[in-house]
Design a protein. Structure first.
Length: 448
């Protein structure tokens, strides 16, 4: 069993056959990092009396793997810093794939879920603890901490094949994690990233502190705003006019940066939003009541000049009233049955006698104890001159929910989790049971 834990750790990134090539060296001195050592993007205080192994990177664009072996553990317990990866999308999706890949040759005996947290600098943190049975019958105990500072995905892990040592060294791992900073986001007034709570259940705020507040001045806008507009649009399939109602979003940042739409993940982090979809990113300038919006889309630049009128709690652009979107209190509980319906007419007047539609319904019931039940329905109906078809599908899920800031987490009964952007529509914020909530950019109406 001496080399078993090293095999587990190194299989995560490198081949076991190269273990002997690991050199006991230190990468980047601590003199310029406030007394901390550095591996790639990770700044840390090394655990005392733990043997250190560094593996050279396979790719010059990233760092190698660093392993700390617990004293007197016969290599059965280690802390490892894995090579970072570039990441511009969802940390949760990336981490789920990471866990699936690294657990693919073992059976999860217990744990394996993901807990969300947040650093003091507001970048997302994910935690996962599990017990795995390997193919050879041995058991390993693993605690992963994943972080998304800037455009990097970082993973640090405590791994052991000895349950007693695993519990013994959890406090060392906790201290190590608390010492960690990341070079790409480190600021002069903060030398500590507190990324793990004592009970492994930190609150994920879903906010970027630089964009949390909403404000309007004579030459600057800040924050996330939503407006509802309606219009008629010709449906060329039916030669009839459809009545369209949609939400329009703007995320403004000081300095003239604007995002057109509702970001997919952290809805207040404009830098992350622009990295995820550069085609929705642009610039704005405000002089008095004259707002100029510039958008770059697929190589083209379009500029729009609008008159902005300030009103209480927001502004108007033309006939559309925009309201600031505020974060909800952490731990908010809902009480009601919320429904979203959709309908698409697929009839075709060009192809004579072809009639049809697709209808959809998404419903979710929340209770004040933190439980939810979600139901989905999609139906298709179509007919022609000689035949017709009708089809439908249904689905139902239930579990627990958590609301923190502008993030809604659904924890299903099978242990899986999903995170969605969330806010109460501004006009309904003061209602004891808000009539409209927005989940993942979709507006749900209170039905009972």
């Amino acid at each position: 069993m001496k080399h078993k834990i090293l095999a587990i750790v190194l299989i995560l990134i490198i081949d076991l056959t190269t273990v002997t090539a690991c050199a006991q060296t230190k990468v980047n001195g601590a003199s310029n990092n406030g007394g901390k050592e550095q591996v790639g993007n990770v700044l840390f205080v090394a655990p005392k009396n733990w043997q250190r192994l560094d593996k050279a990177p396979k790719d010059a664009r990233t760092n190698g793997q660093t392993i700390f072996i617990a004293p007197n553990s016969n290599q059965s317990t280690v802390i490892t810093i894995l090579p970072d990866e570039q990441l511009f999308g969802s940390l949760e999706t990336w981490f789920q794939n990471f866990l699936a890949k690294n657990h693919s040759k073992a059976k999860v005996i217990s744990g394996g879920g993901i807990v969300k947290a947040s650093s003091e600098e507001s970048y997302p943190i994910l935690l996962s603890e599990s017990v795995l049975k390997e193919n050879d019958g041995s058991v390993s105990y693993r605690f992963y901490v994943a972080a998304h500072p800037g455009n990097k995905a970082e993973v640090i892990a405590l791994i052991s094949t000895n349950p007693k040592e695993y519990q013994q060294y959890k406090s060392v791992f906790d201290e190590f994690i608390r010492s960690v900073d990341f070079a790409n986001i480190k600021s002069s007034n903060s030398n500590k990233s507190n990324s793990r709570s004592d009970n492994n259940t930190s609150s994920y705020t879903g906010n970027n502190t630089s964009n949390t507040d909403n404000s309007i001045s004579s030459n600057s806008l800040k924050g996330l705003y939503v407006g509802t507009e309606s219009y008629q649009q010709l449906n060329f399939r039916t030669n009839l006019y459809d009545y369209i109602v949609r939400e329009q979003y703007y995320l403004f940042a000081p300095g003239g940066k604007v995002y057109f739409g509702l970001p997919k993940t952290n809805i207040r982090n404009i830098d992350l939003a622009c990295n995820e979809d550069a085609n929705k990113c642009g610039e704005y300038s405000l002089q008095g009541n004259q707002l100029q919006l510039t958008r770059h889309f697929q190589g083209e630049t379009k500029t729009q000049n609008l008159t902005l009128s300030k009103v209480k709690d927001g502004f108007t652009l033309g006939k559309t009233r925009f309201y600031p979107i505020n974060p909800s209190p952490n731990g908010l509980k809902l009480n009601g049955f919320y429904l979203f319906k959709s309908f698409t007419n697929i009839s075709n007047s060009v192809l004579a006698a072809v009639l049809g539609s697709v209808s959809g319904e998404r419903a979710i019931a929340f209770d004040p104890n933190g439980n939810f039940v979600a139901n989905n329905f999609v139906g298709l109906s179509a007919s022609g001159s000689s035949a017709g078809v009708t089809s439908s599908s249904k689905g139902s899920k239930e579990g627990k929910y958590q609301i923190n800031g502008n993030a809604l987490t659904l924890i299903y009964s099978n242990g899986q989790q999903e995170e969605f952007s969330f806010f109460i529509y501004p006009e309904n914020e003061q209602e004891p049971r808000p009539a409209v909530i927005v989940i993942g950019g979709v507006s749900y109406l209170l039905r009972n």
